[in-house]
Design a protein around this ligand. Structure first.
Ligand code: ATP
Ligand code: MG
Length: 250
C-alpha cells in the first residue's frame, strides 16, 4: 500500500508497512508484528516524541558504549527490518560488534538478517555460522545460545527489543545491559543497567549523533557519567513524562 506523506500518521503507517514487507520476506517473525503493536501503544502515550528523560539515558548509554571493552549489539528481526542502516552506523561509530540473536529461532531467518546487515555495510556479523557458541545461564529460550566471540565475550550488550528473561540473565552473567524499549514497565526496562525508553527508529539515530559528539571525552568523564546514573530513578522520570503528556489530554 502507498501511504500519502500528508497522512497525520505517516511515520507510524510507513513503519508498519516496512514490518509487513519484512515479514513477507522472512526477516520478521509473526510474533514480531504483535510486539511492535505493544510498542506503538506506548509510543502513543508519549505523543511519539523522545522525552527529555530518555535523551538523558541516551547520553549515558553512549558513555557506556564508548568506555566498554567489547560492546556488542544484539539484533532481532524487527530491529533489522526497521533500522538496519543506522544500527550498522552505530556499530561503526563505537565501534561495537553485531550479533544476530533470535527469540523465535530459525537458521534461515538468521541468515537473512545477517545478509540484510551486510547489505547495509556491516563487515562482520556474529551469531551466524558461529565457530564457538556459549550459553547464557538461566535463559529458557533459544536466545541462550550466543556467539562466544560476540555476546559471550561482551562486557556491554545493547538489546533493542528484548525479552525480560534474557535481559535479567545477561545481568546475572555479569554484563552491563543497555535496553531500548518503549515500555518503561517491562521487565527488560527494569532489569537493564540503562534503559532508553524510546522507539528504536528515533533512538538509534539519536545514539549515533550523541556518540559522535561524546567521542572526544576522557574515559574518566565517561565512567563518571555511567557511575552517576540510576536507572530506577530515570524510569520514574520517564513515567512522569508520560503522565504529564496524558494529563494534557485529560
Ligand atoms: P518483558 O518480557 O520485558 O516484560 P514484554 O513481554 O512486554 O516485555 P516482549 O513481547 O517480550 O514484551 O517484547 C516487546 C517489547 O518491545 C515491548 O515492551 C514493546 O514495548 C517493545 N517494542 C516494540 N516495538 C518497539 C520499537 N519500535 N521501539 C522500541 N520498543 C519497541
Ligand atoms: Mg516478554
Amino acid at each position: 500500500m502507498r501511504i500519502s506523506r500528508n497522512h497525520p500518521r505517516f511515520r507510524s503507517l510507513e513503519t508498519r508497512e516496512r514490518l509487513v514487507r519484512a515479514f513477507q520476506a522472512g526477516v520478521v517473525a509473526p510474533q514480531g508484528l504483535i510486539a511492535h503493536g505493544r510498542g506503538e501503544a506506548f509510543d502513543y502515550l508519549f505523543g511519539e516524541i523522545t522525552p527529555k528523560s530518555s535523551q538523558a539515558a541516551s547520553r549515558v548509554a553512549a558513555a557506556l558504549l564508548l568506555s566498554a571493552r567489547n560492546p556488542v549489539i544484539s539484533i532481532n528481526g524487527n530491529t533489522a527490518a526497521l533500522i538496519a542502516r543506522d544500527i550498522v552506523r552505530l556499530a561503526h561509530s563505537v565501534p561495537a560488534g553485531l550479533e544476530v540473536n533470535l527469540f523465535h529461532k530459525s537458521v534461515a531467518r538468521e541468515r537473512r538478517i545477517a545478509s540484510l546487515l551486510k547489505r547495509n555495510g556491516a563487515s562482520r556479523v556474529f551469531g551466524v555460522n558461529a565457530n564457538f557458541r556459549s550459553r547464557v545461564p538461566g535463559v529458557a529460550s533459544p536466545r541462550r545460545i550466543v556467539d562466544a566471540e560476540g555476546i559471550g565475550d561482551a562486557d556491554v550488550v545493547l538489546i533493542p527489543l528484548e525479552d525480560g528473561d534474557r535481559a535479567e540473565a545477561l545481568r546475572k552473567a555479569g554484563k552491563m545491559v543497555i535496553a531500548i524499549d518503549l515500555n518503561p514497565m517491562s521487565r527488560t526496562s527494569r532489569a537493564a543497567t540503562i534503559t532508553i525508553v524510546d522507539n528504536i527508529i528515533r533512538a538509534i539515530p539519536e545514539l549515533v549523533r550523541v556518540i559522535m559528539k561524546m567521542k572526544p571525552l576522557s574515559r574518566t568523564r565517561l565512567s563518571a557519567m555511567v557511575a552517576n546514573f540510576d536507572n530506577e530513578r530515570n524510569l520514574r522520570r520517564v513515567m512522569k513524562d508520560m503522565i504529564r503528556y496524558m494529563q494534557g489530554w485529560a
